[in-house]
Design a binder for this molecule. Sequence first.
Ligand code: HPA
Length: 279
Amino acid sequence: MSLTNPKEEFERLQEAANFLKKKFKEAPRLGLVLGSGLSDALGKLISEKRITFEDVPHSPKPTVQGHAGEYVYGQLEDKWVLIQRGRVHYYEGYEMHEVAFPIRVMQLIGVETVIITNAAGGINENFSVGAFVLIRDHINFIPSNPLRGKNIDQLGPRFPNLLDAYSSKLRTLAKKSAKRAEIELKEGVYVALPGPMYETPAEIQAYKRLGADLVGMSTVPEVIAARHGGLNVLGISVVTNMAAGIDPGTQLTHEEVLETMKRREKEFARLIHAILHDL
Ligand code: HPA
């Protein structure tokens, strides 16, 4: 079944949100989605509580190596945050409402701002492996999205716009935070593909001509759901590899992606702390 009954889906979301809310001291206003290999980057939070996806009613469970699958609630930089460690992807065979589920749960919990992170291939030759890149906008080639089907009116409007999907205000703030922490932060357009195979060099050249700087297999469905629900979004990619054919001779493997993430984990944590401090 690919499309949901909006009333039933909303009830499932509420059940999951209520289950989580009971475990919180204070409703978090900030959400954080940690992508491939970033799950452990932030270490332990203050007053931390971990809740595995298994325990959350109706929550989809990830299947990929490097994706943990739990919610972490606690304090970072004096703010209550809800972290989604690990995500589910279109390429795993999940339906888009399942991919969007954790973001929508955050919305119902009262999260207002969400930082969505991912591993991405670098198309722009000014980027290098390990670079941190703010997502300025996206191009979506994933052949479905969480809003397809009857609208869930309690969550948002039938026809939301994606004009400032990656909040320019939040990007300005993030750039200042990064500068203060002396961390280089680039900016670019993210193209989302269904995966799970990496791209061909010819495809990457085509995406480059279309205006893409980064390529990945996640994030956009979540951003669409978040914007539908009125959440403010900040998107950050870690360039784990140069995209196919950009750097001739490099091999594209999931291990390389995870290795780069591991290598950049501490610096990434510093960047997130700097941004959270200023939010
Ligand atoms: N392509 C698609 N997705 C990715 C890549 C890539 O090169 N690197 C990390 N995620």
